[in-house]
Design a protein around this ligand. Structure first.
Ligand code: ARG
Length: 651
């Protein structure tokens, strides 16, 4: 047990005697904001006022008088209206630090009741290059898998590849009509990528041409409305004028939105018009959108030709994404894509029907549920199955195979509705005792605050992003270490570049959008992987310089000493690693781990500036400080490794 959970369990014993369910109150025990007030703070007496009808201070006194915590805390004080401030006992703290120093797992005990987690993450639609939109799911999923495993849970990772969707209809269509046979035999992945892009462009071109007049008309109408409102002028009635101004603002906003849409559609049209060959193809393939659907439907109904093409294409597509996973160091236990469930879909529909959960509506098979305006369609009128049907089959398979306690879906927030419905339907279907959770996340934005795109408006390819991060890291590493040979520099650049990229993402609250910036990502100061990697390398430099026998120091430690207040502060920070991991897993927020590591590294930096380590005449104090250095470096290293980020010995 870590300090926080130990404190909570002591409070639990007391609060249990006072209220029915103390869990909410226990959540109010937290690390102190300011070390002036101790190490931890319990604010639970405040809300108990209404329950017990006594002043909080009196309640706090009642709690502390019954609290058995002397072995853990050297002082328990009531402050202000009834805050309880707790200071950890130095001996207890030193004991914990010693245990952590000696343990390869840094004193983190495995959870008492391990769960079995299936994590569905990354899950790109293959047959098109991976882009920046895929990075968050990939990194968050991998980080959660590593963290859950580290604390002792059983974890199964599964990349639910989109390998059966319309994008295959697109490349099949492209292959049948536009393939360059030589290019395909030389570099199939490259040619398939080109075909995908070509078909996409032509489809977008036609869609844009159809849509443009509609939007234009909308814009004209909005403009007319705006002019009318503006011509009315001030009426003198403040309420009416206010309402008018508000409406004018709303209309202007709408108009500029439409203008942007028009610009986007026009650029899609222009992209095709500026290329004579492409334009000709576009004109010749006016029905491309419905043809692509037909090719997809043929694939789904086992058409021999399309199935053969799919079997030929899929390994190439997989190979293409494998490369990027390798570079990012991402592995999966399973990669059961949508196609894997293809044969199970009729059974799913049958089973839901048998249980009376679905019915026909306008030719489609639907699951109607309370609390939703629209049903979940599981089979379309034309017999096609849907994304949701596959997801139901997937749940069934996972439960039968792996008997999970929890399934996590790391998928962007736009699929929120889908998962809400899916989970409810699955519960009705019989999977009610499994926790299913959509771990959603926001969008990666560019400097302009809009979804991150290249200058030409394309999505940013993941591979290019990694290349650029590594290139910049090489430059940085070169500046820091001019005398290093090329090979080492190249290795370091990989670790720093990819680490920087991962951390830039994982240090953000996953629910929010965030702005991507190469410069911030690799900054030596600030909340970056580079700063943490630098702190780690700095310690390794000290250990090398002092010629320290690290293994001996760990097995045979001296007693930790707190001569300087910052040594104790560093000690507190170090033992908080375990409780940080607990916090991370409450709501699957890896950014809490990042913030923790950043704070630890900052405290270490203050320690290092104010406490001489190697230049210390007192041998035991020197060793105690070296132990703090070692423990800090290992905590940073372990913490970063849970985020999928490496360290280097020299920087
Ligand atoms: N392939 C989907 C997409 O790119 C994500 C799949 C997420 N996982 C799932 N089981 N639905 O949008």
């Amino acid at each position: 047990m870590n300090a926080l959970s130990e404190i909570k369990s002591r409070f639990d014993r007391v609060l249990n005697q006072m209220v029915d369910d103390p869990s909410k109150l226990l959540d109010m025990i937290r690390p102190a904001q300011d070390s002036k007030f101790g190490d931890y703070q319990a604010n639970c007496a405040m809300p108990m006022k209404s329950m017990m009808g006594q002043p909080p201070r009196q309640i706090a006194e009642q709690i502390t008088s019954q609290l058995v915590i002397d072995d853990l805390c050297s002082s328990v004080e009531i402050a202000g209206p009834g805050f309880i401030n707790l200071k950890l006992d130095d001996e207890w703290l030193k004991h914990r630090l010693t245990k952590a120093l000696q343990d390869p797992c840094l004193g983190i005990q495995p959870v008492e009741a391990p769960g079995t987690y299936v994590i569905d993450f990354s899950s790109p639609n293959v047959a098109k290059p991976m882009h920046v939109g895929h990075i968050r799911s990939t990194l968050i999923g991998d980080g959660l898998a590593k963290t859950l495993r580290f604390v002792g849970h059983n974890v199964i990772t599964d990349n639910h590849l989109g390998d059966w969707g319309t994008q295959f209809g697109m490349i099949i269509y492209g292959y049948k009509h536009f393939v360059d046979a030589d290019a395909y035999s030389e570099n199939p992945v490259g040619e398939l990528g080109r075909l995908y892009k070509r078909v996409r462009q032509i489809m977008d071109f036609h869609a844009a041409r159809d849509q443009l007049p509609v939007i234009e008309e909308r814009r004209v109408n909005l403009n007319a409305e705006l002019e009318k409102l503006e011509s009315v002028g001030e009426s003198g009635n403040p309420a009416v004028d206010k309402k008018n101004r508000k409406e004018i603002g709303r209309l202007k906003g709408k108009i500029s939105e439409q203008r942007e849409q028009v610009a986007e559609l026009e650029s899609k049209i222009a992209a095709v018009r500026s290329d004579a060959e492409l334009l000709q193809q576009a004109e010749q393939h006016a029905d491309i959108a419905s043809e692509v659907l037909t090719e997809t439907a043929k694939l789904h109904s086992d058409d021999a030709e399309n199935l053969a093409l799919w079997n030929e294409f899929l390994p190439c597509c997989r190979e293409d994404i494998r490369r990027i996973y390798d570079r990012l160091g991402i592995k999966f236990d399973h990669e059961l894509g949508e196609s894997f469930y293809h044969n199970q879909l009729p059974g799913v529909v049958q089973s839901l029907g048998d249980k009376g959960l679905s019915r026909e509506s306008e030719g489609a098979t639907c699951v109607f549920m309370d609390n939703y305006d629209t049903p979940m369609i599981i089979r379309k009128k034309d017999g096609a199955f849907l994304y949701a049907t596959t997801d139901l089959a997937t749940i069934q398979y996972r439960v039968e195979q792996w008997k999970p306690t929890t399934i996590l879906y790391v998928v962007d927030h736009r699929q929120h509705q889908h998962f809400e419905k899916l989970f409810d339907a699955a519960r009705l279907w019989g999977f009610s005792d499994i926790e299913m959770r959509h771990v959603s996340f926001g969008t990666v934005l560019g400097d302009d605050g809009k979804p991150f795109k290249t200058r030409s408006g394309d999505t940013v390819g993941l591979e290019g992003l990694v290349d650029e991060a590594v290139r910049r890291a090489a430059q940085l590493a070169g500046e820091l270490n001019s005398e290093m040979d090329e090979m080492t520099l190249e290795d370091i650049a990989q670790v720093i570049g990819i680490g920087g990229l991962k951390y830039a993402d994982l240090s953000q609250n996953r629910s929010s959008d965030y702005k991507f910036s190469y410069d911030k990502m690799l900054a030596l100061k600030g909340n970056t992987a580079t700063y943490l990697q630098y702190s780690y390398a700095r310690v390794q430099g000290i250990l090398r310089k002092g010629d320290v026998d690290v293994a001996a120091m760990r097995t045979n430690p001296v007693e930790f000493r707190f001569e300087n207040e910052v040594e104790r502060k560093l000690g507190i920070s170090l033992i908080r690693f375990g409780e940080t991991l607990d916090e991370v897993l409450v709501d699957y927020k890896l950014n809490l781990l990042a913030s923790y590591l950043f704070e630890l590294a900052q405290t270490f930096s203050v320690f290092f500036e104010s406490c001489p380590v190697l230049k210390n005449d007192d041998g035991d104090l020197k060793r105690s400080r070296l132990q703090l250095c070692d423990l800090t470096a290992r905590t940073i290293q372990t913490g970063l490794s849970l985020l999928g980020i490496g360290v280097v010995e020299k920087m």
